[in-house]
Ligand binder design. Structure first.
Ligand code: ADP
Ligand code: MG
Length: 225
């Protein structure tokens, strides 16, 4: 579940004490568990910022955000990581860890949850095979193409069946068939209870996979699901 109540956001200005302009303006909406939702809007509308707020990497300036059954105002420095671990993110903000193999990158969410190593091996091998990276298990991220890195990030984001899954602009780095496969996987996770939000400025993409949509215009909501 995701709930925004009167959320406003300003980024701090570089080096300064004052905040910049309002990037998110008075957002209120709710997504029930198991929802697959598009997040639409032109470049600069605030899509990536909404995903950062949902993913708990950016606190709202004012307003209340509830994810995974807990309000951000009630989360502490100590409890926050536990919530973050239940959120799968595919975005520019979280690249693969360069010193870990592809296998170990994708294994990370499972190992942080303390899953038995035999299960880690089985789950990671399965998802990487499914996403077309069976031959890259021991490769370093730097040895992968951009598209392969993004697919490894998708694998890392879904491997522990997160309660919340956030994907930023998938159309930029997946070809149509990979996109179709990824959206199919995301929808399957949603049927099992994951809430997924996929941000894109590509309206045609959203229209080819009909689903509820949040639409942003200059940081404000122009449409809710
Ligand atoms: N880290 C940041 N610091 C300051 N301003 C930012 C930052 N990230 C984005 N912005 C600004 O916030 C607005 C929304 O950006 P963003 O959320 O990236 O939009 P979108 O993903 O829809 O293209 C833009 O005006 C952008 O310049
Ligand atoms: Mg963006």
């Amino acid at each position: 579940m995701v709930r925004f109540e009167s959320v406003w956001l300003r980024y701090p200005r570089k080096g300064g004490a004052t905040a910049g302009p309002d990037v998110l303006r008075d957002l209120s909406f709710e997504l029930t568990p198991g929802t697959f939702c598009w997040l639409l809007g032109e470049a600069g509308a605030g899509k990536s910022t909404v995903l950062r707020v949902m993913g708990l990497s950016l606190p709202p300036s004012t307003g209340t955000v509830t994810v995974l059954g807990a309000s951000t105002s009630g989360m502490t420095r100590r409890t926050m990581p536990r919530y973050r671990r239940q959120i799968g993110v595919v975005s520019q903000d979280f690249g693969l860890l360069p010193d870990l193999s592809v296998f170990d990158n994708v294994a990370l969410p499972l190992r942080l949850e303390g899953r038995p190593e035999a299960q880690v091996r089985a789950d990671v091998t399965e998802i990487l095979g499914w996403i077309g990276l069976a031959g890259k298990l021991v490769a370093a991220p730097a040895e992968l193409s951009d598209s392969e890195q993004r697919r490894a990030m998708v694998a890392r984001a879904v491997v522990n069946r997160p309660g919340l899954l956030l994907i930023d602009e998938p159309a930029g780095w997946l070809d149509p068939e990979q996109l179709n496969q990824t959206i199919g996987l995301v929808r399957e996770l949603c049927r099992l209870g994951t809430t997924a939000v996929v941000a894109t400025r590509d309206r045609a993409l959203a229209e080819s996979y009909p689903a509820p949509a949040l639409r942003l215009s200059h940081g404000a909501l122009a449409a809710t699901p």
